[in-house]
Write a protein that binds this ligand. Sequence first.
Ligand code: DGL
Length: 270
Amino acid sequence: MAVGVFDSGLGGLTVLAALQHRLPQVPFVYYGDNANAPYGVRDAQDIYDLTTRAVQRLWDEGCDLVVLACNTASAAALKRMQETWIPADKRVLGVFVPLIEALTERQWGDNTPPREVGVKHVALFATPATVASRAFQRELAFRAIGVDVEAQPCGGVVDAIEAGDDILAEALVRSHVEALLRRMPRPDAAVLGCTHYPMMETVFRRALGPDVSVFSQPGLVAAALDDYLARRPEFVGAGTQTRYLTTGNPDSVSNHATRFLRRAVRFEAA
Ligand code: DGL
């Protein structure tokens, strides 16, 4: 056994890096569905079908617990998976809840009614599918009242990052931030709601200005998994092998991943 980490492509490596840093003793099996990325422009049924296929593959690999590092999968597929598909002896965790708990200053398992929180105006940057799902607003509404969310679907950013075109990615981030600030001129907080955006965190911060608190997921997800495994240690097994699986071409994905992470990574066919 090991813990599975799923993403539509390479972006989830930002989350994996934080998990490996925080939990160096845990073996992780990463699954990147590079052949079908990007998910952010797909419909909900498609995202559900692809995500369940990937999670099944990670279960076959001996992972009883899978982290959906992909926001689009967490937003568009996780609720339905939890309601109808995941067996009792397995767990699938998404990336939205840790983020929203941090934003609303809640501890895990605090199921008290929604209440007023420090932030009032939140800017959400995410893929078109994540924005369309309204999953962020739904999870937030369980925990907080009186928070205004303005969401910006950041078309093109993931493709530019995957293609290694940092100049285009930066220009797109700046224009998406400007578009959002025209609708919400003074957000208190901004959420980078996509695995790829931590790669552009400096550009987001600069465009948003110093008064906006930026919430980025990798560190928050790693802290949440650490906490979860302390409570449910049975979900990390005796496995010792970290593996990187892809539905894409392993050589080309390995090259991209090595550039993306700035360290050598070797992918195998999923
Ligand atoms: N991994 C996806 C996410 O976090 C972004 C990439 C995609 O569109 O597939 O939303």
